[in-house]
Design a protein around this ligand. Structure first.
Ligand code: BES
Ligand code: MN
Ligand code: ZN
Length: 499
């Protein structure tokens, strides 16, 4: 079930809703909406604070039931921290905290006044979109593969609608909610695809999802290249990775024509539907997480979907190499030499460095076929990126200063942040091979960067950026879910480019 968004310009105490959300600062002050609720209820929030039950500390929240003088059934008071420190990051924290708390309640709708808080440097439209996306992020439930439960099991109502307070519902607010809806549907698409098990989400499944997008949206064209097509073209690198799998590879190409004759923007996503490591097999512990190795593909498809739903005025191509990396009698081997579509030969020193091997052919194909304005790839490419940046920032690599600035800004605006790593020529020597033009691994140091340097050899002379999302695409652990990153970053980048 998707969450539906609306706006309200009513006074907080008058809104009949299962739950009203207001902010509570630390120290003397309440938020403006909390102030109104306080006086309408005869000082309920002041007493709550004086008693010490609520502190207003960031990350805290308190639920009040049936307040006199308040039309809402419940009031959720969310801690905002100190008023002087209330900034973009604190706003994110508050809307996420509120979304988390709302998800635990047996309610189907809510109204939030957090969007009325002043955030330095941010306008009403930004606050609205940010709050809506946080709400949707927490409302998402993965249900695709659970067994059906008994019919008469009592079911807790689930949050299906949320209204956000605005000073007045204008054009900018409406636009902002449209963007939130499109980004949320792109994020949900990416998360669902990422969370599916690899026996369902194989290359053919990804191709079928792309077909579905094309069927449901006018103006979208689809091509799926089969193994034979790739053989004819000479994609020896991608096909090398695919050779150990019983699931044939697919190269999925979606096109959106919203920009007349303009050169397209191109998104390329790593679609390894399961990464066992191949013959350089991974250890058993944690291997299950490698079902998420197609999250780059899911991310670019999600951003494509969002761009199409917004009918952005630009041309866009989305290229997804979908391949499974498995050990087998037909597998490619360490020491194999592959000839890529570009003509460069590659010495395979580790079959677990497979992402770059499918991406290099996809990047060459994208550049040759579409002559794009810009190419951006997204890939769960290296464990080294997780070591370098952890779970909060995606690794951004590009030699184009302007493109770097645009992507970093898009990440900041949507709290889907990236951090730049260098692609200096000095790193290239780590990829030297005695048997081919390039080796597929670069040794112990700077693994995220040498992976980027490998891809750079296939994008020479192009405006190109690489996002390593190995740390950001899913949460770790048994119940870890796909996050839908970097759908928001990419969608924002495209929104900013469209006229
Ligand atoms: N898909 C993995 C990268 C990865 C590992 C992402 C762990 C998220 C968590 C990629 O294909 C891979 O196996 N990379 C190797 C490269 C190495 C062999 C040079 C890695 O990072 O260990
Ligand atoms: Mn691998
Ligand atoms: Zn991989």
């Amino acid at each position: 079930m998707t969450l539906s968004f609306s706006t309200t310009a009513d006074a907080p105490e008058t809104i009949a809703t299962p739950c009203l959300v207001v902010g509570l600062f630390e120290g003397g002050r309440l938020g403006a909406a909390a102030e109104r609720v306080d006086s309408a209820s005869g000082g309920a929030l002041s007493r709550l604070r004086e008693s010490g039950d609520a502190t207003g500390k960031p990350g805290s929240s308190t639920l009040l039931f049936s307040l006199p003088g308040i039309a809402a059934e419940r009031v959720l008071a969310v801690g905002l921290g100190e008023p002087a420190k209330f900034d973009t990051a604190a706003f994110h924290r508050a809307v996420n905290e509120s979304a988390k708390a709302l998800g635990k309640l047996p309610i189907d709708s809510a109204a939030s006044f957090l969007t009325m808080l002043e955030v330095p440097g941010r306008d009403a439209a930004w606050k609205l979109r940010t709050a809506a996306l946080a709400a949707d992020q927490h409302a998402y439930r993965y249900t695709a593969t659970f067994k059906p439960k008994a019919k008469d099991a009592p079911k807790k109502p689930e949050l299906g609608a949320i209204a956000f307070a605005v000073p007045q519902a204008d054009e900018a607010c409406a636009r902002s909610l449209d963007e939130a809806r499109a980004m949320a549907s792109g994020v949900r698409f990416a998360r669902e695809l990422g969370n599916l098990p690899p026996n369902i989400c194989n290359p053919a499944w990804i191709a079928a999802q792309a077909k579905d997008i094309a069927a449901k949206h006018a103006g979208v064209d689809l091509d799926v290249l089969e193994r034979e097509d790739m053989e004819k073209l000479g994609m020896g690198s991608l096909l090398g990775v695919a050779s150990g799998s019983a699931n044939p590879p697919k190269l999925v190409v979606l096109r959106w024509n919203g920009g007349g004759e303009a050169r397209p923007y191109a998104l390329v996503g790593k679609g390894i539907t399961f990464d066992s490591g191949g013959l350089s097999i991974k250890p058993g512990a944690g291997m299950e997480e490698m079902k998420f190795d197609m999250c780059g593909a899911a991310g670019v498809l999600g951003a494509f979907l969002a761009a199409v739903e917004l009918k952005l005025a630009l041309n866009l191509v989305c290229v997804v190499p979908a391949v499974e990396n498995m050990p087998d009698g037909n597998s490619y081997r360490p020491s194999d030499i592959l000839t890529s579509l570009s003509g460069l030969t590659i010495e395979v020193l580790n079959t677990d460095a497979e992402g770059r091997l499918i991406l290099c052919d996809a990047l060459t194909y994208t550049a040759q076929t579409f002559d794009p304005e810009v190419i951006i790839d997204a890939a769960t490419l290296t464990g080294a990126c997780v070591v370098a940046l952890g779970k909060h920032a995606s690794g951004l690599m590009t030699r184009d200063e302007e493109l770097a600035a645009e992507l970093l800004a898009a990440g900041e605006a949507t709290h889907d942040r990236a951090w730049r790593l260098p692609l200096w020529d000095e790193y290239q020597s780590q990829l030297e091979s005695g048997f081919a033009d390039v080796a597929n691994i670069g040794g112990k140091y700077a693994g995220a960067i040498t992976a980027g340097c490998f891809l750079a050899r296939f994008t020479n002379g192009r405006r190109w950026a690489h996002l390593d999302i190995a740390g950001t695409a899913w949460d770790e652990g048994r119940k870890g879910l796909a996050t839908g990153r970097p759908v928001r970053l990419l969608t924002q980048y495209l929104i900013d480019r469209s006229t």
